[in-house]
Design a protein around this ligand. Structure first.
Ligand code: ATP
Length: 382
């Protein structure tokens, strides 16, 4: 088990009296790849800036390796940062960009060591042979690698990355996600990564911290966050999810739309109202008579690997991902295994997410005349 390297204890940040980080508790382990994930304005960058020392929390403490560092300036923290706008020195070539920080070091390091450390870093970011290239002649991905090498050559214990792939196109971003994970493992240091892209967070991280409105809603492995979301916000933000009202009738039994479903969750009060998450890929389409619920298909979108189909159950629209085509207007039955049903406590996010009516409406607008006329779906029964 890796040991704790950074801790934010009761950190609050307010600008002109407006609280943008509310009592954050966060522990980051040595050699961990941890991602701060959330929508724009939720406080990710502010959290990163507090760790980097660019912002001092209004209240609360920051610890590094057990020592309080609230008053330690950024350049004296064992931390370096890569920003989305990586601002390479355009008058210097690749080698000199990476060497820059080393040349500034006091006491100065010897020439042989400097060359060897720069070349080692260029090797790690797969840019050996690019030493004498002008930075302006590099692609976006290559420039980003130079920025990473420049930050890592100083051998920080922690690298902070603020949406570093935001400016790259989708294909390059995916390549760089793999590269970043590989670089983090090769360097064997801690990465704290900020993004609003949930796929990116799931693909790279050991731990994901989901934030909203200046608060941490959940911390866990990508699998935990996806499979056991804490509330409707997390369930909706991470992947697609149908979120419906339910009542826990007993441990392992939840009632949805008047029907009982077996589930694996327990520990709720008798007849406690809950939010029920069902992922689109966990729903099986079965013959009408065999279904736990029956509904009407209102939209079908071909996605390559699968179809996204929208199904109306008593006016509530679910997203189902399936490789079997069910045409618009078809009445279908569905089955859900107990491990495909996840129960969450009611929260301030209840009722806000997880109904695909609007998704359906978007497709209604662009779909052809084959769409089911409005009103037909209302007749679907259970
Ligand atoms: P994004 O993904 O858009 O960068 P974020 O989650 O990183 O968002 P922050 O940059 O941490 O969010 O900002 C959180 C809130 O704090 C925002 O409402 C922002 O306007 C506000 N904020 C950040 N820095 C300052 C500042 N220096 N002065 C005033 N308000 C600020």
């Amino acid at each position: 088990m890796s040991k704790e390297l950074i801790r934010l204890a009761n950190c609050t940040m307010a600008f002109d009296g407006e609280v943008v980080l509310n009592n954050i508790e966060l522990s980051i382990n040595d050699k961990e790849f941890l991602t701060l994930l959330g929508p724009s304005g939720c406080g990710k960058t502010t959290t990163l800036r507090i760790i980097g020392g660019f912002q001092r929390p209004t209240s609360g403490d920051v610890f590094f390796d057990g020592a309080r560092i609230n008053d330690i300036p950024p350049h004296r923290r064992n931390v370096n940062t890569v920003f989305q706008k990586y601002a390479l020195f355009t008058h210097l070539d690749v080698f000199e960009n990476v060497a820059f920080g080393l040349r500034m070091q006091k006491p100065a390091i010897g020439k042989a060591e400097l060359v060897s450390r720069v070349l080692e870093m260029l090797e790690i970011v797969s840019l050996r042979g690019f030493e004498r290239r002008e930075t302006a002649s590099l692609s976006g991905g290559q420039q980003q690698r130079v920025a990473i090498a420049r930050a890592l050559v100083l051998r920080p214990k922690v690298l902070l990355l603020d949406e570093p792939l935001g400016a790259l196109d989708l294909r390059l971003r995916k390549d760089m996600q793999n590269e970043l994970k590989r670089i983090q493992q090769a360097m064997d240091i801690t990465f704290v990564y900020v993004t609003h892209d949930q796929e990116e967070a799931l693909a790279m991280s050991d731990s994901v911290v989901v934030m909203d409105g200046g608060e941490i809603l959940q911390i866990g492995t990508p699998e935990d966050i996806y499979n056991e979301p804490e509330n409707a916000f997390v369930a909706d933000f991470i992947g697609e999810s149908n979120i419906v009202d339910g009542v826990m009738t007993a441990d392992g039994s939840v009632e949805i739309f008047g029907r009982r479903f077996a589930c694996l969750d327990g520990g709720f009060a008798p007849n406690e109202p809950v939010d029920v998450v069902i992922r689109p890929e966990d729903i099986d389409i079965v013959a009408l008579g065999d279904g736990m619920l029956t509904g009407t298909v209102t939209n079908v979108t071909f996605k390559g690997v699968h179809y996204d189909i929208i199904v109306d159950f008593k006016g509530f629209k679910w997203l189902i991902q399936t490789t079997d085509l069910s045409p618009v207007g078809a009445r279908i039955g569905i089955k859900i295994d107990p491990d495909g049903i996840h129960i969450m406590k009611k929260s301030r996010y209840s009722g806000l997410f997880g109904d695909y009516s609007s998704y359906s409406a978007e497709y209604d607008e662009i779909s052809d005349a084959a769409a089911v006329p409005a009103g037909t779906a209302q007749e679907a029964d259970s």
